[in-house]
Design a protein around this ligand. Structure first.
Ligand SMILES: O=C(O)CCC(=O)C(=O)O
Ligand SMILES: [Fe+2]
Length: 200
């Protein structure tokens, strides 16, 4: 991904993050948003939190290229679909072409408004590269360093624009956590497509 060096995000010691603000034009982003809202298998996962069943606020949809790929988190086995809708297939190909890497899984998140969020977390290191395409409302992505990121590391906020692409790779998951906090003033929806590489 050396051809994308100009998009490297500074001030994230030990991490390896690219941010392409204008990956696709806003008009395309709006078209894709509507198409995905219609064609994906959205649902609210039921998670087990401290032994209690709770419904996750943001909805998700998940696809994989190979039937051996399964994903589980917080006691929930993800409803994985092994046939991509045509629009999703072409989006994945566009991302693969731009980055020069292949993905075998995509997890989509739909945040109805600023009350829906994703808590601070790390994704598994199995995810060598995660590319996240943002459609819709601008939401703030926050990186928080773990102790191992070093003394100089501090919180970094990136407003993820409509049509932008954020790529996390290398030791990013090992040394940093990330989240999208609640922003109650935001009334519009956002969809993110997180393309991933899982081991078969
Ligand atoms: O919505 C996003 O951009 C981030 C989602 C995320 O961190 C995840 O799905 O692991
Ligand atoms: Fe994540």
């Amino acid at each position: 991904m050396g051809h994308l060096d100009e998009y490297r995000v500074e001030d994230l010691p030990g991490a390896d993050v690219l941010y392409i603000p204008d990956f696709i034009p806003e008009e395309t982003a709006s078209e894709w948003y509507q198409a995905l809202e219609q064609s994906c298998t959205w649902y609210h996962p039921k998670l087990k939190v401290y032994g209690k069943e709770v419904s996750q606020s943001r909805s998700i949809a998940a696809y994989a290229t190979d039937p051996s790929i399964t994903v589980k988190y917080s006691g929930h086995t993800v409803n994985m679909i092994y046939t991509y809708p045509a629009i999703l297939q072409s989006i994945q190909e566009a991302v693969e072409e731009r980055l020069g890497v292949k993905f075998n899984h995509v997890m989509l998140n739909r945040y109805e408004n600023g009350m829906e969020y994703i808590g601070r977390h790390r994704d598994t290191k199995e995810n060598r590269v995660i590319a996240s395409l943002s459609l819709g409302a601008v939401r703030t992505f926050i990186f928080t360093p773990t102790k191992n990121a070093g003394e100089s590391a501090s919180i970094k906020k990136i407003p993820l624009l409509n049509g932008s692409l954020l790529v996390m790779k290398g030791d990013t998951q090992k040394l940093w956590r990330h989240e999208i906090p609640k922003e109650p003033k935001i009334l519009d929806g956002r969809i993110s497509l997180t393309f991933r590489q899982l081991d078969l």
